[in-house]
Structures are given as C-alpha cells and as structure tokens.
Ligand binder design. Structure first.
Ligand code: E4P
Length: 225
C-alpha cells in the first residue's frame, strides 16, 4: 500500500481575472495562487497575456490559464505559449480525450497542467494517470444539478491516496464558505474561491461584537486615567 503524504496546509487560490481583487486578497496574506478561465477573462475585457503578466507581479504562486482549442496538437501549442508567459503558469486543459493526450504531452515536457471541467472521480483518476499537476473538480456546478459535489472530493482523495498519486486536488466552482470548510476537512490540497467567498472567510459576527466591546471598555479606562 502507498504511503499518503499529507499536504502541509490547504492552499487558497482566488478564482478571478480581476487584478484589483487579487491585490486585495494578496494584501491579506492568505493568497497562494490564482485560477482563471475563459469566462472570467472575458468578463474583464482585457488582453489575456497582459492580465497574466500583471497577476504574476502580484502573486508568487500558481496561476492557471486555460487553452481554448479542442484538439490535442492545438492545445499543446497553446499550452506551450501560455507556459512561456511566466514560470508560475499552470496550463488548464479540459477533461476530454484530446485533453488527456495534450496533458500527457505537456506534462512530459515539464509543463504543469491543471485538468479542468472535472465532474467525476473517474475523470480525476485519468487526470492523475496522464500526469496532471492539479485536478479541478467543479463542486458548485454539481450541487446546481442536485448532486452533492463534495462527495467526489472525498472519492478523489481516497483514490489518490490509494495509489500515492501526486496530482493535487484543487476544489473549484466554490459557492460559499461551507464548501471551503468541507474541502479542508477532507484534506483537499487547494480550494479556489471567488472574491465574494474569500472576503466572507475572516468574518464572524461575534468577532465584531467582541471587538466593539473590548474597545468600548478600553475607552472607559482611558477616560478614568
Ligand atoms: C476554476 O478553476 C473554475 O474555472 C471555476 O471555479 C468555475 O466556477 P463556476 O462554476 O462558478 O463558474
């Protein structure tokens, strides 16, 4: 039986192509990387390469950039180009058979691949077999169609531990803080979250009430002095 290697800490990535959101989360000291996808990049309406270069000046960690072609040779060519933009670029390849071929080719060249649009643990098994560095199961989109997305994270974790696969589990399509907590409880390597979820993570109403009370009591003391 393989020996499972525990991740030292669940990494938190921001799921956005918006540099101002990335800057804000990076300032909080909790940002380990960034994931983008064609929809997120299109939303910003900016040149893709320029956005990736700017992100790489803010975050010193993996930055996922997705290919938009659908045949293996084209994906490989696109992936090589993306990987040249910065040393931290991870090429996102969709989980289709052409994507498996492209992932195998790119990984054998030392280009790190994030296999995306993963919706089952069997797809994740294949991603690991072709040498993907990250696998991105889309939890929220499974929840949206009435399946419990987090169940596949548990399955993938078991499968990867069974065979000591090195592919890291990147929990994607996160919709709320409970997804983040569950990902950490399962022992996922990475959780990528939209900014609106990231900003909810540090907050608790009792923290705010408690701080207000401490400061009020402290103010009374300084009035007495
Ligand atoms: C990340 O890598 C994915 O592209 C992203 O999490 C998808 O999230 P969505 O389902 O909210 O679009």
């Amino acid at each position: 039986m393989g020996t499972s290697v525990l991740p030292s800490l669940m990494k938190l990535f921001l799921d956005t192509a918006n540099v101002s959101e990335i800057r804000t989360a990076a300032d909080w000291g909790i940002l380990d990387g960034v994931t983008t996808n064609p929809s997120l990049v299109a939303k910003e309406g900016r040149d893709f390469t320029e956005v990736l270069r700017e992100i790489s000046t803010i975050v010193n960690g993996p930055i996922s950039a997705e290919v938009v072609s659908t045949t293996s040779p084209e994906m490989v060519a696109e992936g090589r180009k993306l990987a040249k933009i910065h040393k931290n670029i991870y090429v996102k390849i969709p989980m289709i058979t052409e994507g498996l071929k492209a992932t195998k080719a790119l990984s054998s060249e030392g280009i790190r691949v994030n296999m995306t649009l993963v919706f089952s643990s069997l797809q994740a098994l294949l991603a690991a077999k072709v040498g993907a560095a990250f696998v991105s199961p889309f939890i929220g989109r499974l929840d949206d169609i009435g399946q419990t997305g987090m169940e596949i994270i548990e399955e993938i974790k078991t499968i990867y531990d069974n065979y000591s696969f090195k592919t890291e589990i990147l929990v994607a399509s996160v919709r709320h803080p409970i997804h983040v907590k569950e990902a950490a409880m399962i022992g996922a390597d990475i959780c990528t979250v939209p900014f609106n979820v990231m900003e909810k993570l540090p907050h608790h109403s009792l923290t705010d009430v408690g701080l207000e009370r401490f400061l009020k009591d402290w103010a009374k003391l300084s009035k007495k002095a």
